[in-house]
Design a protein around this ligand. Structure first.
Ligand code: 5GP
Length: 217
């Protein structure tokens, strides 16, 4: 997605929604299409799945290591999900800023709400909730994935129901229909483009000198 020359990346884009709603697929496509997005790599105590790589999919850490991060106040947010812990390192947001990219986070809802409660300035946060067409579709997707035991899968479905109740705290919802992730991708690209064009103090400070407007008094 093309950026305007005026735009200074300052977004923390939080993508949330139930497990199985297709967040990872959508985020991968977004990042592939837009090199000015930087996906945050979370820390988790969950064991790696087949094909998952430490440092790319997650930073896979032991419970004591995760607790050390908590004690050192390294996390922007963290939450317990199922039987595991997940957290976003503050350093991931700093890295996005330093590389002049907008940060994009794929996290569950409790973590999203923790970020919602914080003032991230000079960064701005944007909250997008991805919903599957139905719970039946969600269950089908989770079963097809074959990454969870039956018990874990049941837990994820129960969590999904409570997560959908929190949709009111998000700025946008995006539906992710079966076999058509490009619809959700296009919709999120449009939302991000709109946010990047939002007029705020930072943009006004940049635009006035560029247009030769004297703001000295
Ligand atoms: P999974 O085990 O399927 O990779 O992830 C389980 C849930 O944890 C998903 O909803 C995923 O989005 C969420 N998650 C991944 N990383 C983080 C994180 O850093 N913080 C929080 N709060 N949730 C995360």
């Amino acid at each position: 997605m093309a950026k305007t020359h005026l735009y200074q990346p300052d977004l923390v884009i939080v993508i949330s929604g139930p497990s199985g709603s297709g967040k990872s697929t959508v985020i991968d496509a977004l990042c592939k299409a837009d090199e000015t997005l930087r996906e945050s790599v979370s820390v988790t105590t969950r064991k790696p799945r087949r094909n998952e790589v430490d440092g790319i999919d997650y930073h896979f850490r032991s419970k004591p290591e995760f607790e050390t991060h908590i004690a050192q106040d390294d996390f922007l947010e963290w939450a317990e999900y199922g039987d595991n812990f997940y957290g976003t390192l503050k350093s991931e947001i700093v890295a996005a800023r330093e590389t002049e990219k907008d940060a994009i986070l794929e996290i569950e809802v409790k973590g999203a709400l923790q970020i919602r409660a914080q003032d991230l300035s000079p960064a701005r946060s944007l909250f997008i909730f991805i919903i599957p067409p139905s719970f039946a579709t969600l269950e089908k997707r989770l079963r097809r994935r074959k990454t969870e035991s039956e018990t874990e899968l049941k837990k994820r479905l129960a969590i999904a129901k409570s997560e959908v109740l929190e949709i009111k705290h998000f700025n946008y919802w995006v539906s992710n229909p079966e076999n058509a992730p490009q619809h959700a991708v296009q919709q999120i690209q449009a939302i991000i483009a709109a946010e990047r064009s939002r007029i705020d103090t930072q943009l006004i400070d940049t635009i006035h000198p560029l247009l030769g407007v004297d703001t000295s008094d």
